[in-house]
Design a binder for this molecule. Structure first.
Ligand code: ADP
Length: 326
């Protein structure tokens, strides 16, 4: 009992330490100060809590005088320097994205020592919530979401952005149950084209001993962006089976299994679920070494997408009614 007491005390301390990073709950009305494109400023009526992240809290917010609803993502204006850097990158990258499967960034402002991001509202939780609730999706549903996510990855990569943190918990569902990639906290700008040339010119003035060959090879793209394709492979496996393929109790073991591609599909003995050979093959292609992974165009041309029914958006959103209440 003594041990348990200490343990719960430690847990409580950890929780308050964590909460320190989060901003306090916002007031019922949040005022956006006047700006060049909105001279009168604006007021948001704060609704229900949508969720808490590492350092942000998210509320439903209605723009006063309209029926427009948004997600208000709130962080403390004064953060630890490391967090600040992460947040600035997120802001810069996310605000430049415009795609039907990426959470739309509308604006950002500061009010009462907090920074507010006004984002497209995704009122149906994350893909992770849905996959857990449903214990895996059907293959037609997996086709639907894989095409949407591959489209968003293609767009990001075309803009020189690598997301680097794609996971089901970072993919939100809009009111029609479309997938929207959110949270650009770990995203990075790839050096391509012009930037790469500038970098080559400047680095070549220095000592060559430390320069990676891909920097020298003109026209040859690095494979850094392929980390997002690996993540999509994990997401597809998890959508089908409701668990990521390398799930283990320790991080080291997860890494080892990932390195060895040590994963198993559920079998007729372990699960009721039938998973097609095409689906298994698609996942296997995405979990190859970086230089062999398919790009988004190749992914959507995989036989999996013509081996069975491909739903349209309205089929998916009508499924909503069949879901048990949250
Ligand atoms: P962090 O960057 O701190 O990890 P997240 O972006 O993950 O924060 O957001 C925290 C939580 O807020 C999410 O888990 C989700 O529940 C909710 N959330 C974030 N963005 C939206 C959105 N656009 N629509 C609805 N809920 C959202």
């Amino acid at each position: 009992p003594r041990v348990n007491e200490l343990k719960s005390k430690a847990m409580a301390q950890l929780k308050t330490a964590k909460d320190k990073e989060h901003p306090p709950p916002p007031p019922n009305n949040v005022t956006e100060p006047p700006s060049s494109d909105r001279r009168e400023g604006a007021v948001y009526q704060v609704g229900k809590l949508l969720g808490k992240g590492g350092f942000a809290i998210c509320y439903d917010g209605k723009l006063a005088g309209t029926s427009k609803r948004y997600a208000l993502k709130i962080v403390k204006a004064q953060m630890a320097p490391k967090m600040e850097q992460k947040f600035q990158t997120e802001l810069q990258i996310h605000s430049k994205m415009r795609h039907q499967n990426i959470v739309q960034f509308h604006r950002a402002f500061t009010f009462e020592s907090c920074t507010y991001l006004v984002l497209e509202l995704c009122p149906n939780g994350s893909l992770m919530d849905m996959v857990k609730r449903r214990k895996g999706l059907t293959e037609p549903e997996v086709r639907f979401y894989t095409v949407q996510i591959a489209g968003a990855i293609k767009y990001m990569h075309s803009k020189g952005i690598i997301h680097r943190d794609l996971k089901m918990g970072n993919i939100f569902l809009d009111k029609y149950m479309n997938a929207k990639i959110g949270d650009f906290g770990l995203a990075a700008l790839l050096l391509t084209g012009k930037d790469m040339q500038v970098m080559r010119r400047t680095t070549l003035c220095g000592t060559p001993n430390y320069i990676a060959p891909e920097i020298l090879e003109k026209g040859k793209k690095g494979h850094d962006h392929m980390v997002d394709i690996w993540s999509l492979g994990i997401i597809v496996f998890a959508m089908l089976t409701s668990k990521p393929p390398f799930q283990s109790s320790t991080t080291d073991e997860i890494y080892r299994r990932a390195r060895d591609r040590d994963y198993e599909w559920p079998t007729a003995e372990t699960s009721q679920k039938y998973i097609s050979q095409e689906a298994k093959d698609l996942v296997a292609t995405m979990l190859q070494d970086a230089d062999r992974r398919p790009d988004p165009d190749m992914i959507v041309e995989h036989p999996f997408f013509i081996s069975g029914y491909m739903p349209v958006a309205s089929d998916i959103s009508s499924k909503l009614r069949e879901l048990p209440p949250q």
